[in-house]
Design a binder for this molecule. Structure first.
Ligand SMILES: C[S@@+](CC[C@H](N)C(=O)[O-])C[C@H]1O[C@@H](n2cnc3c(N)ncnc32)[C@H](O)[C@@H]1O
Length: 203
């Protein structure tokens, strides 16, 4: 999905309850594993308007939010300023064009971003390479779906994920013992779309 589309969606993004609810669920999942604390340096990939990144900033030592969409980042920057947070920074970044910056992250997160990334195994390898031993990743995304989660005509890279396939990609990238949990079910008409969170750690 092009960044232009997210630029156009940015101003009203936070009005939609689903992304906010999923970000809150993923944050609870992260907290439940004791991963959000003063020593945590989080990199939230595809941070958008900061729905997860700002929750992380309230609990962690430092947060870097990266996203390809200037529009989404503009909304995030306004919110950061309004809240007066000084431990969070957002910057434009496009995977796979730009290398992931090494700023000492020990937690990498992404809420509803992986299905927009073509080369997910490559992204996971880049994430694993950045993390120190014991560093972790936590992602929320869709289980394999029928393509109806997004509006018609919207091009996405993946119609959700098969958990076993994603588990294999995580392990091949160098993460160990991925753990999946269903964190929400999103209803659209007759269809129910389960959302998982996955946690995995660098040995
Ligand atoms: C569905 S939105 C989720 C935003 C935010 N994580 C949330 O939960 O509200 C996906 C975000 O990923 C970003 N994104 C998608 N593909 C990307 C890529 N290849 N590189 C950088 N950002 C990307 C988009 O710009 C968008 O802000």
């Amino acid at each position: 999905m092009g960044h232009d589309r997210f630029d156009a969606l940015a101003a009203a993004w936070d009005d939609h309850p689903t992304p906010t609810a999923i970000a809150a669920d993923l944050f609870a999942f992260i907290q439940g594993r004791g991963l959000a604390h003063a020593q945590t340096r989080a990199l939230d990939y595809g941070c958008g308007t900061g729905l997860l990144a700002l929750r992380l900033a309230a609990a962690c030592g430092a947060v870097l939010g990266l996203d390809g969409s200037e529009g989404m980042l503009g909304v995030a920057a306004q919110k950061i300023e309004a809240l007066g947070f000084t431990n969070i920074r957002v910057a434009q970044h496009q995977f796979p064009r730009d290398p992931l910056p090494d700023e000492g992250a020990n937690l990498i997160t992404a809420s509803m971003v992986l299905h927009h990334i073509e080369d997910v195994p490559g992204f996971l390898r880049a994430a694993a390479a950045l993390l120190p031993p014991g560093g972790a990743c936590c992602f929320a995304d869709l289980d394999t779906e029928d393509g109806g989660f997004h509006p018609e005509g919207v091009v996405i890279a993946h119609r959700g994920f098969d958990r076993e396939t994603l588990k294999g990609w995580l392990q091949e990238a160098g993460f160990e013992a991925p753990v999946f949990e269903t964190i929400r079910e999103v209803r659209k008409g007759e269809q129910v779309y389960p959302i998982f969170a996955v946690y995995a750690r660098r040995p």
